[in-house]
Design a protein around this ligand. Structure first.
Ligand SMILES: [Fe+2]
Ligand SMILES: [Fe+2]
Length: 168
């Protein structure tokens, strides 16, 4: 059984993960509007990952005999100034999510909820990967600047990304 306080925060996290899915779909649509299908694909796959993060929490709460609560999803920002702007905002968002996960881990620690401490470890590791992948892309876009050849090279690279559900 999970404590009331922790359950409330885990349910809020489901909402943040679904919001992330929505935000990345909005970013995918923006890239599509620039006719950059590879970038659009990258964000579509990212959105699938976020749905996976949400469902992993959904299943965990059920497994622990808690009650899942679904809240309304906020409307994501749909217009951006440039590709760089999109990736900088995505990186900021991931940093925010990392803080959220740390808050959850702090509460789980305070309440000595060892099962949830162990469960959250997966998210802590995942956030390292998420921040690093966006950080690398921000740096590459800064190098590319307005070079259309570089943009199209990266677009074709990102078109290769596929969603592989994590096994554990
Ligand atoms: Fe996530
Ligand atoms: Fe994420």
């Amino acid at each position: 059984m999970i404590s009331e306080k922790l359950l409330k925060e885990l349910n809020k996290q489901i909402n943040y993960e679904f919001y992330s899915e929505y935000l990345y779909l909005a970013m995918s649509a923006y890239c599509e509007s620039l006719d950059l299908e590879g970038f659009s694909n990258f964000f579509k796959v990212q959105a699938e990952e976020e749905r996976f993060h949400a469902m992993k929490l959904f299943d965990y709460i059920n497994e622990m005999d808690g009650r899942v609560k679904l809240f309304a999803i906020d409307e994501p920002k749909t217009s951006y100034n440039s590709l760089l702007d999109v990736f900088e905002k995505a990186l900021d968002h991931e940093k925010f999510v990392t803080k959220r996960i740390y808050t959850l881990a702090d509460i789980a620690n305070e309440e000595k909820e060892h099962a949830t401490i162990s469960f959250l470890k997966w998210y802590i590791d995942e956030q390292v990967e998420e921040e690093s992948s966006f950080n690398k892309l921000v740096k590459r876009l800064k190098m590319i600047k307005d070079d259309s050849h570089g943009t199209y090279m990266l677009d074709s690279e990102l078109s290769q990304r596929t969603f592989i559900p994590p096994t554990e």
